[in-house]
Ligand binder design. Structure first.
Ligand SMILES: Cc1cc2nc3c(=O)[nH]c(=O)nc-3n(C[C@H](O)[C@H](O)[C@H](O)COP(=O)(O)O)c2cc1C
Length: 144
């Protein structure tokens, strides 16, 4: 079964984790311009979900919410019916209520609106001492 991680990463943290998950095909969402202040970014690379039954969607938190590029990408998807989706976000601030949890919820809501089923959700605090454990625990979920 083909498995994919579809992700956005502006400064490389999210991508760094994606690169450690080699059993998934890594597909990057690429905007024309990476400036996070652009309210309606043009996406030049918009990965296809067709053909993947298991998809992880990953994004950084920007301004206490989902990075606009990833929001726009998720909202553009047609149908996720029959696919299992997991989500992870990376963020900087020390508390999950400073964006991590609400961003996961925001992604879940969009995915469910496309008939997708969300399974695992992980919020990774980049500045936490527990960061590495959090990442290895998440990756361990995918070891057969
Ligand atoms: C424009 C911008 C806004 C951000 N806003 C938040 C925020 O609201 N909460 C937070 O915890 N981290 C915030 N961060 C930090 C990033 O979420 C964090 O560094 C993340 O790991 C970056 O992922 P990336 O390297 O894959 O882009 C922000 C970063 C940027 C560039």
């Amino acid at each position: 079964m083909e498995k994919a991680i579809i992700y956005y990463s502006k400064t490389g943290n999210t991508e760094n984790i994606v690169k450690r998950m080699s059993s998934f095909k890594a597909l990057k969402v690429v905007p024309e311009n990476d400036n996070p202040n652009i309210q309606n970014p043009v996406i030049v690379d918009s990965p296809e979900v067709k053909g993947y039954q298991e998809i992880i969607f990953a994004s950084p938190v920007h301004g206490f919410q989902l990075a606009i590029v990833m929001r726009k990408y998720l909202e553009s998807l047609d149908d996720l019916n029959g696919k299992t989706s997991d989500i992870f976000v990376t963020h900087h601030f020390p508390f999950v209520w400073m964006g991590g949890n609400s961003t996961l919820k925001q992604m879940k809501t969009i995915i469910e609106s496309k008939n997708g089923q969300v399974r695992h959700m992980t919020s990774i605090n980049w500045t936490s001492k527990k960061r590495e454990k959090c990442i290895t625990d998440m990756i361990a979920q995918y070891q057969d």
